[in-house]
Write a protein that binds this ligand. Structure first.
Ligand code: ATP
Ligand code: MG
Length: 474
């Protein structure tokens, strides 16, 4: 099969590369994800991988020189690769190679090989396709493992024996599940069984690499596809056991609770139809993790998960730390949403007093809309009248919150009276009393005792200050 590259937007670039390779007496092929995505008519990626039989670094340098003598080429000698940027593309070159693996490492020892050797070392048949950029067969598709058929049938298959492939480099197990989830492909049966058998080997892979793939699963259109595969293969239990701990339904005195693992997967899918924000999707994934350790059957009441949001938000921190996820604002955001995840629902049941609404506004601040997106996604009941009722309740809370917000403006709360103003008022130096008075002002506003207003706050501070033994300065 020949791929007509003349209409490709990189045609001119490919032509120049082809000529330089011929001049250097080297072969040249496009391989990997670019070829796959081109054949699947997916959006053309901006990173392109090239293989040459011979020295990849030298060829990269020769091509870069032809394009622009000043072009900077980054060389990774250990990997035998070189890359440079050209017209918004990230172009990577490697010499064709043969790989063999040691038991305890996913870094292979490498020998020089042919194109076919190089295709064999790739993870999936759909990633092992190559397009020739050589003069004699420019555009020919080289497909020794029937990758094109697997694209057509939407199947992930390894070029070589699957157990060996996954055992050699266990990251490939996560890649298999990631591609299954993002491309909506099936993992071929032998491959799936091999992943189940080799799952323990994931331990030799760094968490950073695992999480790159995991986050791609989280960003796919229907993340549950990948998350289910992780559960089925045992990888979820090894990587995020806090989630598999949510699996199962218990029954006491005829009362059951829902299976919070499968519920969580539904919530993640629901939220993914409304947001591409990775961390909001993570909040959905973790919103119930506190439920396993807090689960209790209480006589006369039934199943309870007392304080699960609070414990859950603490667990988020440990989990992010262990998984080597970023520990800054993204983690705090996930913690906050997990902690607040039940508050709007509780408001529905409480008959929504204004002070409770003000407190939620104050605590959620700029993340209130995201909290509502999470709450809507959390409605997974199959009973359509229940579902309609939950949604209506929510809309009511949302409307009331809006009213309170317009009236009191406690979102992104700024104290109406500052510490300096309090010091001036009582003619005192920085002291403990100032913190106490500021906290009292905030509480009085949230409780609705005074309005969020400078004069009211000032009068309130004078009264409270006197109770603390302070006197207005002259
Ligand atoms: P993406 O769309 O995510 O970039 P990709 O297939 O291009 O997908 P890369 O990680 O960019 O993935 O890798 C480029 C190519 O290198 C792959 O298509 C595959 O042929 C090969 N490859 C990458 N990682 C592995 C691996 N762990 N084992 C074997 N081959 C791999
Ligand atoms: Mg790529």
């Amino acid at each position: 099969m020949n791929i007509n590259l003349t209409q490709n937007k990189n045609f001119k670039t490919f032509k120049i590369f082809s000529e330089v390779a011929a001049k250097n007496n080297q072969t040249l092929f496009i391989v990997g994800g670019y070829v796959r995505d081109l054949l699947m008519k997916r959006q053309s990626p901006t990173d392109i991988d090239f293989v040459t039989e011979g020295n990849g670094i030298e060829l990269a340098k020769a091509i870069a020189k032809e394009l622009n003598p000043k072009l900077k080429v980054s060389v990774f000698k250990n990997y035998g690769t070189a890359m440079f940027k050209h017209q918004g593309l990230d172009l990577e070159f490697v010499g064709a190679r043969k790989e063999s693996y040691a038991e305890d490492s996913r870094k292979p020892s490498v020998e020089i090989g042919t194109l076919e050797d190089d295709q064999k070392r790739r993870d999936f048949t759909i990633n092992a396709l190559a397009i020739s950029l050589n003069k004699e067969n420019f555009g020919d598709l080289i497909d020794p493992f029937e990758g094109i058929l697997d694209i057509k049938n939407r199947i992930l298959r390894t070029p070589l024996e699957p157990s060996q492939t996954y055992s050699d480099d266990p990251l490939r197990m996560m890649r298999a599940i990631r591609f299954a989830s993002t491309l909506n492909f099936k993992i071929e049966e032998n491959s799936l069984n091999a992943i189940k058998n080799e799952s323990e080997r994931i331990r030799i892979v760094s968490l950073e690499r695992i999480m790159v793939e995991f986050n791609k699963i989280m960003l796919s259109a229907k993340p549950s596809a990948g998350l289910k595969l992780m559960e089925e293969t045992g990888l979820m239990q090894l990587i995020i056991p806090e989630l598999t701990a949510l699996k199962g339904i218990e029954e006491v005195e005829g009362q059951t609770h829902k299976d919070n693992f499968w519920h969580t997967l539904e919530v993640v899918d629901n939220i993914s139809t409304n947001t591409d924000n990775l961390w909001l999707r993570w909040a959905a994934l973790l919103h119930d993790i506190g439920k396993a350790p807090t689960k209790k059957f209480v006589d006369g009441i039934g199943w309870t998960f007392h304080g699960h949001e609070f414990l859950g938000s603490k667990m988020v921190k440990n989990l992010f730390y262990r998984l080597k996820l970023p520990l800054g604002t993204d983690m705090k955001y996930v913690q906050k949403l997990v902690k607040l995840s039940s508050r709007p629902i509780a408001l529905v049941d409480d008959g929504t007093s204004d002070s409770a609404l003000r407190r939620l506004l104050f605590d959620a601040g700029e993340d209130l809309e995201d909290l509502f997106i999470l709450n809507k996604a959390d409605i997974t009941t199959k009973n359509s009248s229940k579902q309609a009722k939950f949604k209506r309740n929510f809309e009511e809370v949302a409307i009331k919150i809006k009213e309170v917000e317009e009236k009191d403006q406690v979102r992104n709360f700024q104290p109406p009276i500052s510490g300096e103003e309090i010091m001036e008022l009582f003619n005192i130096k920085p002291s403990r009393e100032i913190g106490i008075l500021k906290e009292k002002v905030k509480e009085a506003i949230l409780e609705g005792e005074i309005a969020n207003d400078k004069d009211e706050a000032r009068n309130f501070v004078i009264k409270e200050g006197e109770l603390l033994g302070l006197k207005i300065g002259i």
